[in-house]
Design a protein around this ligand. Structure first.
Ligand code: RUB
Length: 320
């Protein structure tokens, strides 16, 4: 798919969910590398960097996106000719897509171990990896039941209940504000992540922190399923994750908003759940307490603090 087409689909959320966004970006860079027709290696690099920037600018919160782009673009590093550069990008994109799919499977396997027979699980939003854990537990013969929230304003809960239904898992569909009413019927909360910071905070769909707070109050454990490429290296040097604010029309139709001149609609798409509300983060490398997030960034993303000063212009960051 062309870069601009992919970028549009990510922006409009036709392609959504942090893992899928990352794989789509890797595919777009691969296809772009195959189609760019220049002979000069510097011009090739410049064109790839332009494409990478276009993709990264689509949605600011899911760290999987810049992490995937960074991984694929490293294919250009040692290349001296356009053919070498092209081959490098294609190879790294393929590697990313394969390892991402493998990570999703591994997390399902590891996550399912933390689900007991008879558990009632609550999930919020639509996370491929969180659902993978539940589906794997069900496949292993554990009898589970799920509470899935609606997820205003974009209703990702509708995708979740369809997936759970198709898997044959008994599911209760509730509005977001009903979480506290049902939390005492729940044994475990499992959600996905758009970003995990160095101190173990998890950025995920708006409302996740309310779910987490409610679960903590009721002493219900909370698990986050997150591939290692959702961990945010720049948070090691103090950068905050930028929370995307989406168009007001997703919340209130423009025709109605126009009649309410004193009303401002706010539509943040994500929020931050502090580490103390999270019991475990399940990655493809194993399950860790959130406080161990730095180890994942150092060991598996391979970006230590030293590398930051060459990889990033640390003064260019802009965040909320
Ligand atoms: C999706 C969302 C998901 C994470 C993890 O938000 O918050 O929980 O991205 O998903 P949006 P996955 O719908 O705005 O993209 O596990 O599929 O990567």
């Amino acid at each position: 798919m062309f870069v601009t087409e992919t970028a549009e689909k990510i922006k409009s959320m036709e392609i959504r969910g942090a893992g899928r966004i990352a794989r789509a970006a890797a595919e777009a860079l691969r296809d772009h590398a195959l189609s760019v027709k220049v002979k000069d290696p510097a011009a090739f690099r410049q064109e790839m960097e332009r494409a990478a920037a276009e993709l990264v600018a689509t949605r600011p919160t899911a760290v999987s996106l810049p992490n995937a782009v960074h991984f694929v673009m490293a294919g250009l590093t040692a290349a001296k000719t356009v053919d070498e550069a092209r081959a490098g990008v294609v190879r790294r994109a393929g590697q990313f897509i394969m390892s991402s799919q493998h990570a999703v499977e591994k997390i399902a396997e590891f996550g399912a171990r933390h689900i007991r027979d008879g558990d009632v699980i609550l999930t919020h939003c639509n996370s491929e990896v969180a659902l993978g854990c539940m589906i794997e537990a069900h496949r292993q013969g554990k009898e589970i039941e799920v509470f899935a929230t609606e997820v205003r304003p974009r209703n990702q809960g509708h995708i979740t209940i369809r997936t759970l239904n198709d898997a044959g898992i008994k599911t209760n569909f509730i509005v977001d504000s009903a979480v506290r009413s049902f939390i005492h019927d729940v044994d475990l909360v499992i959600v996905g992540a758009d970003a995990v910071t160095v101190n173990g905070s998890v950025v995920n769909k708006i409302g996740t922190s309310q779910v987490a707070h409610t679960a903590a109050e009721a002493r219900v454990n909370m698990i986050v399923a997150a591939e290692t490429y959702k961990f945010a290296p720049r948070t090691v040097v103090g950068e905050l994750i930028r929370i995307e604010e989406r168009p007001s029309s997703e919340v209130l139709a423009d025709e109605i908003a126009r009649t309410l001149p004193h009303v401002t609609v706010r539509n943040p798409a994500f929020d931050v759940t502090p580490a103390e509300y999270i019991d475990l983060i399940v990655t493809e490398q194993g399950a860790i307490p959130p406080q161990m997030a730095y180890v994942i960034i150092r060991e598996y993303l391979g970006w230590d603090i030293g590398e930051f000063h060459t990889a990033f212009d640390l003064n260019s960051g802009h965040e909320d």
